[in-house]
Design a protein around this ligand. Structure first.
Ligand code: EPU
Length: 337
C-alpha cells in the first residue's frame, strides 16, 4: 500500500472543494487498513476516512493528517442477509437488492455515497432510514486496535445520527450487515410518492419495489441537483426538531408551516420550506456558492468555490432562520478542518 503526500481532496468530494491531505492512501483490505492506522499512530496524525465524499465539506486548508479512502469491497448474500464492504457504492447495492426482489431498500434509491458512510449519517429518505435495514456494523476500533461487530442496538441511531458521530474517530467502518425483507410491503406514505402513484392508488394497481425505485430516482432527479454535474452535498442542514408548543407559536405567524410528528411531543419542520417560504432565499448567491433554485435545503458550489464561501453562506442562512423563527439550525454535512 502506498501512502502519498499532499494530495488534493477536492476531487474526492461531491462539493469539489477542499485543500490537500498531508498524507493520503486508499485501502482495499483489512490488512492495509491496519497498516494505515499504524502509520498514523506512529506519527500521531489524525485520521479522516472518506467514502464517496458526498456528505463532507473539507476546509480550504485541507487536512493535516492521514486521509484513508475506503476501498474495501464485496457483497456476500446468504438468503436475505447481505454482508457488504464499506467501499461499495450505495446505489449499486440498492439496485442489486431490488433486482433480487427483496424489500426495504427501494426508498433509499439514488442517494450518493458508499455503504460505509450510510450508518454514520443514518441516511434516510421517503420514510425509510438505513438503520431499519442494519443488523450490525463491522468496524475497526482504533482504541483497542481490533475488529468489532456492533449490533444495531448499540449503534445509537437517530435522525441523521449514530454512535459513529458521538465517538468520532474511534471506529472505522469496514462493512455493514443488512437484513432485507423477503415478504415485505412497499412504503409509499411520503407525500411525493403518494402523488407519484396517485393513479395506481386510485386504480388499485399493483406497485412493485422496482416501480418504487424508479419513482424515487425520478423524484430525486427532479428535486435534487445531479452531484455528477454540480458541486453539492445534498441537504446542507438537518430539519430542526422542535416542541409542539414552539410549533404552535410559529403557526400563529406562519399558518401553513408543515410538520411531521416526532416522539416526545416534538415535531420535525422541513427547513427547506422555511428557507423558501419564510426566508425567500432560493437562488441566493455568495461568491461561487448558491442556494439551489429547486430545493432551498441544498447548496450548489460552482467551479472556483471555496469552503469559506460555503461557510459564510451557511452562516447567513442560519442567521435568517434564527431571526425569522427563533430556531437554531444544525448542519447535516460534516465539516472537516
Ligand atoms: N419545501 C419547500 N421549498 C423548498 C424545499 C422544500 O417548500 O425549497 C417543502 C416541500 O414542498 C415539502 C417539504 O418542504 O413539503 C419537505 O421537502 P422534501 O420532501 O424535499 O424533503 P426535505 O425535508 O427537504 C428530506 C431529507 C432528504 C430526503 C428527503 C425525502 C433531511 C435533511 N433531508 O429533505 O435527504 O431526500 O427528505 O425524504 O432530512 C439528504 O440528506 O442529503 C437528503 C437529500
Amino acid at each position: 500500500m502506498s501512502i502519498q503526500k499532499q494530495v488534493s481532496l477536492a476531487p474526492y468530494t461531491t462539493f469539489k472543494i477542499g485543500g490537500n491531505a498531508h498524507f493520503f492512501c486508499a485501502v482495499a483490505s483489512k490488512e492495509e487498513l491496519i497498516e494505515a492506522v499504524q502509520f498514523a499512530k506512529q506519527k500521531t496524525l489524525p485520521i479522516l476516512v472518506i467514502g464517496g465524499g458526498s456528505n463532507i465539506l473539507i476546509s480550504d486548508k485541507g487536512f493535516d493528517g492521514l486521509v484513508i479512502k475506503m476501498n474495501i469491497k464485496g457483497i456476500i448474500q446468504k438468503d436475505n442477509i447481505l454482508s457488504v464492504g464499506a467501499g461499495e457504492v450505495w446505489d449499486d447495492l440498492v439496485a442489486y437488492v431490488v433486482s433480487t426482489g427483496l424489500y426495504g431498500f427501494e426508498n433509499l434509491s439514488s442517494i450518493p455515497g458508499t455503504v460505509g458512510a450510510t450508518p454514520v449519517q443514518n441516511i434516510g429518505a421517503y420514510g425509510t432510514e438505513v438503520c431499519q435495514l442494519i443488523k450490525s456494523v463491522h468496524a475497526f476500533d482504533t482504541t483497542t486496535m481490533s475488529y468489532v461487530d456492533l449490533s444495531q442496538d448499540v449503534c445509537a441511531f437517530g435522525y441523521r445520527d449514530s454512535l459513529f458521530k458521538h465517538q468520532k474517530g474511534r471506529y472505522i467502518i469496514i462493512g455493514v450487515n443488512f437484513i432485507a425483507n423477503k415478504n415485505g410491503s412497499i412504503n409509499i406514505e411520503y407525500k411525493d410518492l403518494k402523488e407519484y402513484f396517485k393513479k395506481e392508488i386510485e386504480n388499485k394497481s399493483v406497485i412493485t419495489i422496482s416501480n418504487v425505485r424508479n419513482a424515487v430516482v425520478s423524484i430525486r432527479a427532479e428535486k435534487l441537483p445531479d452531484w455528477r454535474k454540480w458541486g453539492t452535498a445534498g441537504s446542507f442542514f438537518k430539519n430542526p426538531i422542535i416542541s409542539n408548543g414552539a410549533y404552535n407559536e410559529l403557526k400563529k405567524t406562519y399558518p401553513d408551516i408543515p410538520c411531521f410528528a416526532e416522539p416526545n411531543n416534538n415535531v420535525k419542520i422541513p427547513l427547506g420550506w422555511i428557507l423558501d417560504k419564510v426566508c425567500n432565499i432560493k437562488g441566493l448567491k455568495h461568491g461561487h456558492v448558491r442556494v439551489y433554485e429547486k430545493q432551498a435545503l441544498v447548496l450548489i458550489s460552482e467551479p472556483g468555490a471555496t469552503a469559506q464561501e460555503v461557510a459564510e453562506l451557511a452562516r447567513m442562512l442560519m442567521d435568517f432562520v434564527k431571526e425569522k423563527t427563533g430556531i437554531d439550525i444544525e448542519g447535516e454535512v460534516e465539516w472537516v478542518n
